[in-house]
Design a protein around this ligand. Structure first.
Ligand code: DC
Length: 235
């Protein structure tokens, strides 16, 4: 720990929103460690619904929205905070890797676009925050919809080419072959889906602090956040 944790800091709710590839997950994980609070990856919750949907035979061609909402309502989903990153448990099974599979990513918009699924996941996110003492939560709508009264709201952004480059590096590191132009096109598509979503669209929350991470590394971003959180309250 960086030695900045006081009782007051450990109780904070901090939201981090931003587009795919802006570094939210890595930043949120590290910031949460520094503050000694859990890190909630809300994208993982939408991905868990999408995985469950795949298992139930729901596809982009056969998007049964009613069934999708039912699946979300009955979802046996939990986080194991004892590891960093936290393990995602679906029906008691560790699905942390499964929810990142391309076929899940390809249909996750079905879950994210479904108003009833969103309402259920928002409810669960607030329930989690009520049980933890302090939380760093990341996604698309955390500062706008889920926790509009959060203590600190951050919006991470980065140039789209840089975000695609990060994704390319990440996949290459994992030994997965990737094609940069395809990744860039995919990033563009995901931006459009996130920005144009009817509910929970990606936008800047009132009072959010924007950090452009294009030229910053992970440590620099987290240091900038810690500096803001550790300094006298702005606004
Ligand atoms: O951050 P991610 O790529 O793991 O998110 C997966 C999907 O879930 C993404 O397409 C956007 C959506 N999402 C959302 O709509 N709201 C959130 N709070 C988090 C993610």
């Amino acid at each position: 720990m960086a030695g900045i944790v006081t009782q007051e800091l450990a109780e904070l709710i901090i939201t981090i929103d931003g587009p795919a590839g802006s570094g939210k997950s890595a930043v949120a994980g590290l910031l949460a460690q520094r503050l000694d609070v859990p890190h909630l990856d809300t994208g993982a919750m939408y991905r868990a619904v999408a995985l469950k949907a795949l298992q139930a035979g729901i596809t982009a061609e056969k998007p049964d929205q009613k069934r999708l909402a039912e699946l979300a309502g009955n979802l046996d989903l939990a986080f194991d905070w004892s590891t960093s990153p936290a393990k995602v448990l679906l029906d008691g099974k560790d699905v942390s890797n499964d929810i990142r599979r391309p076929e899940v990513t390809a249909i996750v918009y079905l879950a994210a676009d479904n108003t009833l699924v969103r309402a259920e996941l928002v409810r669960r996110q607030r329930e989690i925050a009520a049980k933890t003492h302090g939380l760093v939560t990341e996604g698309r709508d955390q500062g706008t919809v889920v926790f509009p009264d959060a203590d600190y709201k951050f919006y991470l952004d980065a140039d789209i080419k840089e975000r695609a480059r990060r994704r390319f590096q990440e996949l290459t590191r994992k030994g997965i072959s990737a094609d940069f132009p395809t990744l860039l096109a995919d990033m563009h598509l995901r931006d459009q889906q996130d920005i144009n979503r009817g509910v929970g669209a990606l936008k800047l929350a009132a009072g959010a602090i924007v950090l452009d991470t294009t030229a910053l590394n992970l440590q620099q971003v987290v240091d900038a956040m810690v500096k803001i959180i550790g300094s006298p309250r702005h606004g």
